[in-house]
Design a protein around this ligand. Structure first.
Ligand code: IFM
Length: 440
């Protein structure tokens, strides 16, 4: 890697990230069904109809996984606490689930790893999904109750808490594009989910503050968007896509307002009285998490429904996901967020990484593409810091190969390879390269 720990400010946090449903094995420990279980069980939604029932069996193998983080010299572990494990029906606490997170956090602390908790990384209990999920306002209050229960148990030991991971995926990808659970393509449900997920953030933040919790934030994903040609129509299309994907959530959280051009599409479908929630949604936070993977080039498409957009394939090298590799986009968002939205508020790169079709050969995994990817994005982060962004940490996505949602187990993002037959873990060459870089 072309960077070293000492290139970054004193105290900069290096970590790796995962999420509960993607690694734990949801059939263990009394966890309830999530909307991903039901979505995956519906033919056509997920590659080979795979689900997170076993995943990486982190539920039992977490000591080995935490040892891998520690042995890499990482400072922190970003994980999520599954709502459906803690409250299988979304409302009733499950002692076994709470005990699991208790053990997990203690095991992190024993290894000197800082626990960075995410409250919602998409493990919505099916009972609540059946009542409308994020299209139903009640889900926000129930999420607040879940926040109370899990915080009462582990809040004394976590280093940082994020309310929601990637609200764009929770709302737009899942209710408008239909690619993630619940798999809807419904503008009315989308408008409601776009607002309710931010209301859930505000509700959780209020509950956390009532308990005196510090170091609370939200994790947003950002996608670099450019017009695919020089026409004014393409420029307008790129600007609208940027407003939906990149501005809706940060403007709600940082300014208490939604972008007007997006509201023009959603307004008839927004829940009544949504304006009254904006103060709760825009309470001060302690940090902002930035997930960044790729860029998109877009055009206006008059033949499609609102927002009349289409993506055009770019010419940069791509990952196993087909995502273009564009490290400058990370610099763009880190500096833009500081300049336009959050000023000096600490930023963390909470996810960045790439999938590749990795294989184990003679006991090793050779993945130079990933090593370059991480190196280039770390250098983009370093440039953003030099340009004034207050970036305080970087988490690679992901520690382990895992359940990549609608793609099942096919896409491998880990710095540690997982054989999904035997569950054997094999650190990849990129793991060793990262370890060497942060030791320097
Ligand atoms: O695997 C996901 C993760 O759950 C959320 N952010 C993007 C990752 C890669 O698609």
């Amino acid at each position: 890697m072309d960077f070293k720990r000492s290139d970054f400010p004193e105290g900069f946090t290096f970590g790796a990230a995962t999420a509960a449903y993607q690694i734990e094995g949801h059939k263990f420990g009394g966890a309830g069904s999530t909307h991903w279980d039901t979505f995956a069980a519906t033919p056509g939604n997920v590659v080979r109809a795979e689900d997170g029932a076993l995943a990486c069996d982190h539920y039992h193998r977490y000591p080995e996984d935490l040892d891998l983080l520690k042995d890499a010299g990482l400072d922190a572990y970003r994980f999520s606490t599954s709502w459906a494990r803690v409250m299988p029906d979304g409302r009733t606490p499950n002692a076994e689930g709470l005990d699991f997170y208790d053990r997990l956090v203690d095991a992190m602390l024993e290894r000197g790893l800082k626990p960075f908790q995410t409250l919602y990384h998409w493990e919505l209990p099916s009972t609540l999904a059946d009542k409308g999920g994020w299209a139903n306002r009640d889900t926000c209050e129930f999420f607040g109750d879940f926040t109370d229960v899990i915080t009462d148990r582990i809040g004394d030991r976590v280093a940082a808490i994020a309310t929601i991971n990637e609200p764009w995926c929770v709302a737009f990808l899942s209710h408008f594009l239909g690619h993630h659970a619940p798999g809807l393509r419904d503008l009315r449900a989308t408008a409601r989910a776009m607002h309710h997920i931010m209301l859930a953030h505000g509700t959780a933040l209020e509950r956390l503050r009532a308990k005196g919790m510090q170091n609370c934030g939200i994790v947003l994903n950002f996608d670099h968007t450019t017009p695919a040609d020089d026409t004014p129509e393409a420029a307008a299309a790129a600007s609208l896509q940027d407003a939906i994907f990149n501005r809706w959530f940060i403007e709600a959280a940082a300014k208490g307002a939604y972008p007007k051009e997006v509201l023009a599409g959603f307004e008839p479908h927004m829940p009544t009285g949504w304006q009254d929630d904006m103060d709760l949604i825009s309470q001060p936070m302690d940090w902002l998490g930035v997930n960044y993977y790729t860029r998109h080039r877009v055009l206006h498409d008059p033949d499609s429904a609102w927002p009349h957009l289409t993506s055009v394939k770019g010419d940069l090298p791509t990952t196993q996901m087909g995502w273009e590799i564009y490290p400058s986009g990370l610099h763009h968002f880190l500096t833009r967020l500081s300049r336009d939205y959050v000023g000096d508020l600490p930023l963390y790169v909470t996810e960045n990484g790439m999938a590749w079709d990795d294989t184990v050969e003679n006991g090793s995994v050779y993945d130079p593409e990933r090593t370059s990817f991480v190196s280039d994005h770390m250098l983009a982060t370093k440039r953003a810091i030099a340009d004034g962004a207050n970036v305080q940490g970087f988490f690679y996505w992901s520690l382990l190969d895992n359940y990549e949602w609608a793609f099942g187990y096919e896409k491998r993002f880990g710095i540690v390879h997982v054989d999904f037959e035997t569950l054997k873990r094999t650190p990849k060459a990129s793991y060793h390269a990262l370890k060497a870089a942060i030791a320097r």
